[in-house]
Design a binder for this molecule. Sequence first.
Ligand code: GLC
Length: 414
Amino acid sequence: MLRRLAPVLLIIVIAACGRREPDDGKVHIRYLASPDVGGFSKVIIDRLERAHPELKVDMVEGPAAGDARENMYSTAFMGKEDSYDLAYVDVAWVPKFAAQGWLRPLDALIAPEKLDAFLPGDLEGSRYKGKLYRLPVQSDGGMLYYRKDLLAAKGVPVPRTWEELVAAARKTRTPSIAGFVFQGKQYEGLVCVFMELVWGFGGDLLDAAGVVRIDEPPAVAALTALVDAIHVDGIVPLSVLTYQEEETRNVFQEGRAVFMRNWPYAWNLMQKEGSPVRGKIGIVPMVSGPGGRSAATLGGWGFAVSAYSRHPNEAFKVAEFFASAESQKLAFLKGGILPSRKALYSDPEVLTAAPHMKDLGRVLAGARPRPTHPRWPRMSDALQMHVSAALSGQEYPADALKAAAVEIRAAAAR
Ligand code: GLC
């Protein structure tokens, strides 16, 4: 019996002792992130370790899908494990993580006037019930990329409405170039795309009074438009149902789509030497539908300190280093990662290197947050499932959103 239980007991003892760290005299700060596309995080870590020789940053490059990393963090924190000192958190996870008590409030660690340097939306998204839980290091907003050359060749103007987008895509697509591509896989990214259209068509998900409105006519019209784009207009290939950000970017970058919805990070990668679309792309705010105003889903990432870390002060130092103006400038210039610091939007070096910065500013001005709710991941799951079912033709848009609304109301009421 004892022999059978031995491996289990060993795991329990190891877990109880916490994480084993290499015996190199340094404090190891560990966090989970997405794959370091472009390699700029490693450059920042190198600089940090040179400036703070007493620290070692262990970045674990996890799955590309944010939902998967959210699950990994949640599992570790539910077990009160110290696997991660920092959590690199999406703006959408802050309410849940904070409400669960998994994060350490940061208010005592940073002077309030230092916070004035950050964009208000990113800061707002870092707070829960009045306390600050995250230092924002990246702002984000969805937008529409287009091929300037392909539109010009057909004399097609840059679309501002959904109707114009469909018409422009119809005129410019070819058998080998799709009209429009977006993140259509069942995951958080799909909800971001969908919400841009819901807002753009004049609808909402959860309004300021807490009323769930995702089954109302504007949202149904938005979903119908997306479904028709795939199944009726044929401007969107069915393969989008498997796309996250990188799959979408690859298709567009290879020259296989006229329009793409994506985040700002894609710009730099597509403008690199050797990229088939280099110099041929433009960006505009996402199109709107009848009765609505163009909107971007507010995204963004930042560092939070785990409530279970044995090195909270050192972890905060790392967060501060990543959130510094120097690191954010590097992340933007090397990786196209939008800064969360206001000053970088008028920084001369940034503006010279990135003339598209002013277009990005227009996109961010129209950015709207997803509902700030501790059960957002559950609401998002419901929406992902039913929107995805509608896109693949398994549910009618109105039924899909009715079903999603029932689940979202139940999550909101708990
Ligand atoms: C981007 C956004 C983030 C969003 C994610 C969805 O990384 O910054 O807020 O949740 O995309 O895939």
